[in-house]
Design a protein around this ligand. Structure first.
Ligand code: SF4
Length: 412
């Protein structure tokens, strides 16, 4: 009997349903704060005021807190403060100790263990800082640190020496000096505002800062690095978007690590930024138990595109002190990249980088696609493992035989 072709297509492969569910948008809901008024809940200042900041609060809201987490939370205020917005807290699955949201913001005692190769300033920012709050590491761009505060604190933060001011770094940016340095260096054409999170500044303060930077003729391009749309989507108000759009070209890089962070609230906040004409990119950090899985990473990248965000970088976790329990291996990162490239839209494939320890800057790392290159030919491998020859002479002009796919025996 002939199979019914219409029924053949309706059966989903077993792996497809979990993958599809990773890409579904849900609301974070109100959770413990169900009796808070709509107005308060949607007010970003209310969210900031009601953050979870102590071990006791965390334990009360999450009785499943592990002893390692309680101990970590107790010590957090001497290293990197504990801070979680109520909105983001509601994304945690309290029944899952390995919940990917929980891993990112709930401290663990392992944060106090420092391996000999870990550092407090793994990217060497302090040694490339001509004035307080400014990092000038690359020829034509600077990192402008605006504040040391964030809406929530990521346990693997590469700048944890500085953010939250828990370890006594005592960070005080000096905007006048930072701006004067940029104005005096005509080679700086790109300024990235970061921190801490620049979108925690009031609209007025941020507008003043952006106006002063825009007034410098050689600054062509402004960027903001922020995790606010993810931790605190309520902050992305129409007023903020209307103010930001006055400073084009202005790009925003957000930071997400798991598809569950992309809720309906986040999607709408990102939509408001995109509607203001702001090109959006995403930076993720490869983290153990969070996104060290090809399906999770692919779902995240595809879901970002659905939110009008281009996946930009995937970072190998920096060698920040106390992060070993969260660090996935480079081998795992390469394996994931191999499963993205060619297997999904090119727009969904980020550049995987290691920020070279000590201040060497970002170095892209990739699975090996060029198998051999000499004066007469380049041998390349595609995403299916097929091998091809691209003939070219030393001066780059095609030569020899027409391009062809070749089989393994011919390789020797
Ligand atoms: S939002 Fe950024 S700066 Fe703030 S704690 Fe997280 S990684 Fe660090």
């Amino acid at each position: 009997m002939q199979a019914d072709p219409s029924s053949a297509n309706t059966e989903e492969p077993p792996a497809a349903a979990p993958f599809r569910s990773l890409k579904t948008f849900h609301s974070a809901g109100r959770g413990f704060w169900h009796d808070v008024s709509e107005r308060d809940w949607n007010d970003w200042r209310w969210q900031m005021k009601h953050r979870i900041t102590t071990a006791e609060q965390l334990q009360r809201l999450m009785p499943t807190l592990a002893p390692e987490e309680f101990a970590g939370a107790k010590l957090a205020n001497h290293k990197l403060a504990l801070g979680i917005t109520p909105y983001f807290f509601n994304l945690i699955d309290p029944s899952d100790e390995h919940c990917p949201i929980r891993q990112q913001v709930v401290p663990r005692i392992e944060e106090t263990h420092t391996a000999s190769w870990e550092m407090s300033d793994p990217c060497g920012e302090d040694s490339h800082s001509p004035v307080t709050g400014l990092v000038h590491r690359y020829p034509d761009r600077v990192l402008f640190l605006v504040t040391d505060r964030c809406a929530s604190y990521c346990r693997y933060c590469t700048r944890s020496r500085l953010v939250s001011n828990a370890s006594g770094y005592d960070f005080h940016p000096e905007y006048d000096k930072q701006i004067a340095y940029i104005a005096a260096h005509p080679e700086i054409r790109d300024v990235l505002l970061s921190g801490g999170d620049p979108l925690l500044l009031s609209d007025e303060k941020l507008e003043n800062l952006l106006s002063r930077l825009r007034a410098i003729p050689h600054v062509e391009f402004l960027r903001i690095g922020t995790r606010i749309p993810i931790f605190l989507p309520q902050r992305i108000t129409p007023e903020l978007c209307a103010m930001l759009k006055k400073f084009h070209p202005l790009f925003i890089s957000v930071h997400t690590n798991h598809p569950r962070e992309l809720t309906t609230e986040v999607r709408d906040a990102l939509g408001r930024l995109a509607d203001a004409g702001i090109p959006l990119g995403n930076q993720s950090v490869l983290l153990k138990h969070v996104n060290d899985d090809a399906d999770v990473m692919k779902a995240l990248m595809q879901k970002l595109l659905m939110c009008r965000v281009k996946p930009y970088y995937l970072y190998q976790c920096d060698l920040i002190a106390g992060s070993a329990h969260l660090r996935a291996s480079v081998a795992k990162g390469l394996e994931i990249m191999e499963k993205l490239r060619g297997h999904t839209t090119g727009y969904a494939v980020p550049t995987y980088v290691i920020d070279a320890p000590g201040g060497g800057g970002k170095v892209p790392i990739n699975p090996e696609y060029v198998l051999c290159r000499n004066a007469g030919r380049v041998l390349i491998r595609n995403f299916e493992g097929k091998i091809f020859e691209y003939p070219e002479s030393a001066d780059g002009r095609p030569c020899g035989q027409p391009p062809k796919e070749i089989s393994e025996p011919e390789l020797v």
